[in-house]
Design a protein around this ligand. Structure first.
Ligand SMILES: NC(=O)c1ccc[n+]([C@@H]2O[C@H](COP(=O)([O-])OP(=O)(O)OC[C@H]3O[C@@H](n4cnc5c(N)ncnc54)[C@H](O)[C@@H]3O)[C@@H](O)[C@H]2O)c1
Length: 396
């Protein structure tokens, strides 16, 4: 049974709280820290917290607290993590871990030195659809993973600090690309090294210094390619989609828009449809249970089960650091217009992985290129002679 201090009572703090104490949970939020007294008090009433404060360290050091959940703007993650290290309290931090890899590395090293539990709250790697898809991939249903694409686009975040490059650390590449990179990394294999990144980014719509739209490719050491598509200028709600292509199969995941719940209304009734929905009239795409479909429930279950059994959770500060390092390379590439290396001072996965074998034997003489049943009832084989390189067609 965890006793939690929540740092931040805003958008994600409340989503987390709904998940943490919803559905008859055993866990409780005992202390809430917020910048403004009225928000802290309101959160305390809404979530029945016995203690509220506008002093971050007071929440962390509260004697009953054994787990801290960081839901603060990006520029405040590091100070909060360091305060948890000082108090030797277990810590979970929302995404992105740092504003860049340097910051993330300092946080990772601090928690590891302090010997405290550390969880990276990457909810989109815990959605029920993602977990099932990942299991299929890990069991080999898709064969060799060749390409893993993830897209998160929406009309832009809700608080002022996101739009300030200093506080946020970047634009949509950092804010949304962190999800996409970790999703692709999971599908390709977290022990496979991301080696270089090519990225296009631009500020197409918003009057900001950061990018509001970007597309990037992440090359992995085994030859697989990751792809992210991110935007703060997309109109039409929150678009969350993943695509995985393997030598033996394909997965398409649609996590938010048009997932099988379509509703029409002339506009009489409640205003809230789903996160970042842009309209409440006409044809709408509500979401049944956002906490579950966005992965929060499975994420916290993993975090607390990990604490209780003394293991690491599926997503740790180390993963947050790797993601930041990939995104740093994306920012460099957007400027240089070149493939930029991913600089990982700390790498705990495999080293020197070779590009995987691509040739399929048909028999001693031929490689198989393709096998197909035609609409006129003939089974065809396309083969390549191993010695001469000649490509032939065979009817079977
Ligand atoms: N799916 C996700 O995992 C997800 C979704 C949204 C946000 N986030 C992350 O959560 C963190 C917080 O984002 P949010 O959307 O909840 O922001 P928010 O603006 O809604 O809330 C920020 C909270 O931090 C507190 N705060 C303390 N000092 C502050 C300061 N100097 N300036 C602004 N706020 C201050 C505010 O009181 C507020 O309670 C960010 O790191 C963001 O990237 C994650």
């Amino acid at each position: 049974m965890a006793k939690i201090a929540m740092l931040g009572s805003g958008f994600i703090g409340r989503f987390y709280a709904d998940s943490l104490i919803g559905q008859r949970s055993r866990d409780t939020i005992v202390s809430i820290y917020s910048r403004r007294e009225e928000s802290a008090k309101k959160f305390a009433v809404d979530y029945k917290c016995t203690h509220w404060t506008t002093d971050m360290e007071e929440a962390i050091n509260h004697p009953e607290v054994d787990m801290v959940c960081i839901s603060l703007p990006n520029n405040l993650h590091e100070a909060a993590v360091l305060a948890c290290c000082k108090a030797k309290k277990a810590v979970m931090c929302t995404k992105p871990l740092g504003r860049n890899a340097e910051e993330a590395k300092r946080m990772m090293e601090a928690v590891e030195k302090a010997g405290i539990f550390n969880g990276y709250l990457e909810d989109l790697c815990y959605t029920p659809k993602f977990l099932k898809a990942l299991k299929s991939v890990q069991e080999g249903a898709l064969g060799r993973i060749l390409w893993a694409k993830s897209r998160e686009t929406h009309p832009g975040p809700h608080s002022e600090w996101f739009w300030d490059i200093e506080q946020a650390g970047g634009g949509c590449i950092l804010d949304l690309g962190c999800h996409c990179v970790e999703i692709s990394r999971n599908f390709i294999g977290k022990d496979i090294k991301p080696i270089e990144v090519m990225c296009w980014a631009d500020t197409q719509v918003k009057p900001i210094d950061a990018e509001d739209h970007a597309i990037g490719l992440v090359k992995y050491e085994n030859g697989a390619i990751g792809q992210f598509e991110v935007s703060w200028t997309f109109r039409g709600g929150l678009d969350l989609r993943d695509e995985v292509m393997g030598s033996e199969g394909t997965i398409w995941l649609n996590s938010f828009l048009r997932t099988g719940f379509d509703m029409f209304t002339t506009g009489k009734g409640g205003d809230y449809v789903a996160e970042k929905a842009e309209s409440n009239t006409g044809w709408l795409f509500p979401v049944g249970d956002e906490l579950n479909e966005l992965g929060y429930n499975h994420m916290f279950a993993d975090m607390f089960n990990a604490v209780e059994s003394g293991r690491a959770p599926r997503e740790t500060f180390y993963d947050g650091y790797v993601v930041n390092a990939v995104l740093d390379a994306a920012y460099r590439s957007a400027k240089s217009k070149l493939w930029e290396p991913v600089k990982l001072d700390v790498w705990r996965g495999q080293e020197g992985v070779q590009k995987q074998k691509t040739l399929t034997d048909y028999d001693e003489q031929y490689y198989l290129i393709k096998e197909e049943m035609t609409h006129f009832g003939t089974a065809k084989l396309i083969l390549k002679d191993k010695k001469t390189g000649q490509i032939i067609e065979k009817i079977v």
